[in-house]
Design a protein around this ligand. Structure first.
Ligand code: SF4
Length: 304
């Protein structure tokens, strides 16, 4: 059996072009990266749990779905304030049902955002966001900034499918029509493949963004910014020059912004920077999410 256009259930790129062929207890995957392929191989893994398990004393016994659902209902109905952790790998429709269930039970519903890009979402609530679809940026962006993210290891197809290497309508030569900046305290593999690596000290994203904004406002940052961030004013100027010189820039933030000191204030500052850059050229910003449908949970929770 072969199926096309399957959505990969691993990282936030949610690649929707996966081809899966299943037969004779084996599975063949096309288009997925190593991470995606490993996940699909679990379908035929002997470790896979194929039926519900109910705890009986110290161990588990297999049960029918009906019995398992009844047991879950009993547990939920007997709880005073259940926490339903929806995770990020289910569909939006399932998340909607989970949120309604939590409300009906008087419980709490949560997802991975709490330990992931929650601060980025709070930054959006503070500042608003100039965003775009991945397809829009693929066609137009001639500058990509990976800020606190390392897609070559965390979202392996981001550069090849969406942002750096593919040919877009206005970026026909792929990588040759694009400039890449990476902002990361580590010399990551993404940084090594970039045109400019801004190697700031850990936890100084807020100061660096403030320095960029100060220069954008036509003023000079206080010299102490160099000692604080580990980045010279000349480097910050060079970065800003590249950003102002593009036709369309896209910043892809990672947990480097959301999890370092400043948290949602870093994200808020980044969104404000992008808003101001739009007085000079076109700029958008988006987050590289770690789980395939963590963004879906946020959308459903927000609209409910
Ligand atoms: S980049 Fe992410 S979504 Fe795409 S195939 Fe790899 S793990 Fe799956």
């Amino acid at each position: 059996m072969a199926a096309k256009n399957i959505i990969c259930p691993v990282c936030g790129a949610s690649c929707d072009d996966i081809q899966v062929t299943l037969g004779n207890g084996e599975i063949t995957i096309k288009n997925a990266c190593k991470m995606g392929n490993a996940k699909f191989q679990e379908i035929v893994s002997p470790h896979r749990i194929r039926e519900p398990q109910i705890r009986n004393g110290k161990g588990f016994i297999s049960a029918t779905w009906n019995k398992a659902i009844l047991r879950v209902a009993e547990i939920l109905a007997g709880a005073k304030r259940p926490l339903i952790f929806m995770g990020s790998e289910t569909s939006c429709e399932a998340m909607e049902v989970g949120l309604h269930l939590g409300e009906f039970l008087g419980g709490i519903v949560d997802s991975n955002s709490t330990v992931c890009h929650g601060p980025t979402a709070m930054g959006i609530q503070e500042a608003g966001r100039v965003g775009a679809t991945a397809g829009h940026s693929k066609s137009r962006a001639d500058l990509a900034v990976y800020w606190g993210s390392n897609p070559l290891e965390s979202m392996p197809r981001h550069m090849s499918r969406y942002a750096v290497y593919p040919r877009g309508y206005w970026t026909r030569r792929g990588r040759f029509d694009r400039t890449i900046i990476t902002v990361d305290p580590r010399k990551s593999i993404t940084a090594e493949n970039s045109d400019l690596h801004i190697q700031l000290k850990p936890n100084t994203d807020y100061e660096l963004i403030s320095g960029l904004l100060t220069l954008l406002h036509g003023k000079r940052p206080h010299p102490s910014i160099e000692g604080t961030t580990g980045v010279s004013i000349a480097e910050i100027e060079a970065m800003l020059e590249m950003m102002l010189g593009c036709n369309y820039g896209a910043i892809y933030v990672g947990l480097g912004i959301a999890s370092s000191y400043g948290k949602h204030r870093n994200a808020e500052a980044a969104f404000n920077l992008v808003k101001e850059l739009n007085y000079h050229t076109k700029f958008v910003i988006g987050a590289l999410r770690g789980h395939c449908n963590v963004a879906g949970f946020k959308q459903i929770a927000s609209y409910l």
